[in-house]
Design a protein around this ligand. Structure first.
Ligand SMILES: Cc1cc2nc3c(=O)[nH]c(=O)nc-3n(C[C@H](O)[C@H](O)[C@H](O)COP(=O)(O)OP(=O)(O)OC[C@H]3O[C@@H](n4cnc5c(N)ncnc54)[C@H](O)[C@@H]3O)c2cc1C
Length: 470
């Protein structure tokens, strides 16, 4: 999230495991021994938990629906360019299990800023936004963040962010083009791409609350998949296992897949995204407690999508672009030039929130790409060659994600993350980015939750290289 805010400013321990204090006591008073843990999901939460347990001598099997590891971390080759289709940044590197782990693995990461070459284009007037106006955008963002608490106090905890921004813009007395630029900056880029939720359903009360890490945004030099592959070392992982039923009884757990395979264990750690839990694609027996089910109902997944277009030659002026769409609808709020990063002429457009939901429901990939190329032609004043390769992400409809990452809708609160994290009895546990209010929406947050559940299952000292202090 943080990079968006920046952009818009335009400028071997040997302790043995001790099962006696691992889990809450069973009704008989003795905790169930942690013999075989089934981990559902090979994203960073599941892999981190599995690795911590594995290094502690626990028998672990990871069951993953896809034919690849990483979940919402996905590095893909698009026409010869290595592109992140999911997580892109280490959001902060101080006090982060992600950077500590990467350091220990020799995975380099470099600071990244979109500031230097950003050019803002106003679609309505088909003109470049001048430096004075980018100053207006900067001021709007800084002032909005500074006055957010006051606005919340005024509008109460049931206000949505779209209405809040409208009230605030009225109070500033901003009209016309200045107002449009300010609204675009706050609503499209910061709220709908950064926060991912539709702004008219994003809680103003909880907007950008949570704990961020310091140290700035960084990108892993060899791609995010290097972190995933390093974490998966030594683990037993079964791919293409779509879990549809999780049964828990006094003697253990059973996990059933859509092809009828049954996996048995002593404990199960479910790490699927909250979108999957909401969809009911996994049936729990017995059903989840009412409080937990209600929290799942209240939380939601936001939408952030990317459109990658690879050209034969770089026909545009190098640099990133921010688009202010005429209708304030969030159509491609910004486009990043990846040519220098990947060594091949490539642009990546981002969009989120309401527009992402609408666009994906109504347009084909080819139409989305044509729309983007049309905008690029407007900016660069001439016909564009056809892309030689493209990739449009579909996190919103991906059955194993059903959105990009969690956000806090009106009616939900920080407590819902805690309710989602609560184990059910001693054998059924939960991890994943949406189980951490402090670090939701992030990879390091997913790792925190994996480590938390490994501890709950008795890992008193993490032995994963780089994570010994966690
Ligand atoms: C477009 C986008 C951009 C992002 N940008 C950033 C960023 O720059 N920095 C950052 O820190 N974070 C970013 N994030 C968020 C980050 O990717 C996630 O917070 C993190 O990867 C979540 O990890 P997880 O293990 O909780 O969930 P996931 O990675 O989703 O892992 C859950 C796993 O469960 C599997 N699964 C689902 N259903 C089933 C089933 N029925 N049976 C078996 N397996 C199943 C899934 O396939 C998946 O592999 C971004 C995410 C997206 C989508």
């Amino acid at each position: 999230m943080q990079f968006l805010i920046l952009m818009l400013l335009l400028a071997g321990c040997e302790e043995s495991r001790d099962d006696s204090d691992t889990t809450a006591p069973s009704p008989e008073g003795e905790p169930a021994p942690v013999e075989h843990v089934l981990v559902v999901g090979a994203g960073m939460a599941g892999l981190t938990a599995a690795r911590a347990l594995h290094e502690d001598g626990v028998n672990v099997t990871v069951l993953e629906a896809r034919d690849r590891l990483g979940g919402r971390v996905w590095t893909e080759d698009v026409g010869g360019a290595s592109i992140e289709l999911g997580a892109w940044f280490f959001h902060g590197v101080q006090g982060s299990p992600l950077s500590d782990f990467s350091d220990a693995q020799g995975i380099a990461y470099a600071p990244y800023s979109l500031l230097s070459t950003g050019m803002v284009w106003d679609e309505a007037s088909a003109s470049r936004v001048n430096p004075f106006e980018t100053g207006v955008m900067e001021t709007a963002l800084v002032r909005f963040l500074r006055e957010l608490d006051e606005l919340r106090a005024e509008l109460g905890d049931s206000a949505d962010t779209h209405s809040g921004i409208g009230v605030w813009l009225d109070q500033q007395g901003w009209e016309g083009r200045d107002r449009r630029l300010a609204q675009y900056t706050i609503e499209q880029v910061m709220v709908e791409v950064g926060g991912a939720g539709p702004s008219d359903n994003t809680s103003l009360e909880w907007l950008f609350e949570g704990v961020g890490l310091s140290g700035g945004d960084h990108v892993p030099v060899g791609g995010f998949e290097t972190v995933v592959d390093a974490m998966a070392q030594g683990l037993t992982i079964e791919l293409e296992q779509v879990v549809e039923r999780v049964k828990v009884n006094d003697d253990g757990v059973e996990v059933v897949t859509t092809t009828g395979e049954i996996w048995s264990g002593s404990h199960v750690l479910v790490t699927v995204p909250v979108g999957v839990l909401k969809s009911g694609a996994i049936v729990f027996e017995p059903p989840l407690p009412e409080e937990k089910a209600a929290a799942i109902e209240r939380l939601d997944m936001g939408n952030v999508e990317r459109v990658v277009v690879r050209f034969e030659e770089q026909w545009w002026s190098p640099g990133d672009l921010l688009f202010v769409s005429e209708a304030q609808d969030g159509r491609f709020p910004f486009v990043v030039d990846f040519t220098a990063d990947t060594g091949v002429p490539t642009l990546v457009a981002f969009y989120g929130g309401r527009y992402a939901r609408a666009l994906q429901a109504t347009q084909s990939d080819e139409e989305i790409v044509a729309d983007l190329v049309g905008l690029l032609e407007q900016v660069h004043g001439g016909p564009a060659p056809s892309p030689i390769a493209h990739k449009v992400t579909h996190w919103s409809t991906d059955p194993y994600a059903l959105g990009s990452y969690s956000y806090i809708p009106v009616g939900a609160s920080s407590e819902d993350f805690g309710l989602l994290a609560e184990p059910v009895g001693e054998r059924l546990l939960f991890a994943g980015e949406a189980t951490s209010f402090d670090h939701y929406q992030t990879v390091h947050g997913a790792m925190f939750t994996g480590l938390r559940e490994a501890r709950r299952l008795g890992v008193t000292q993490t032995r994963v290289p780089g994570l010994e202090e966690w």
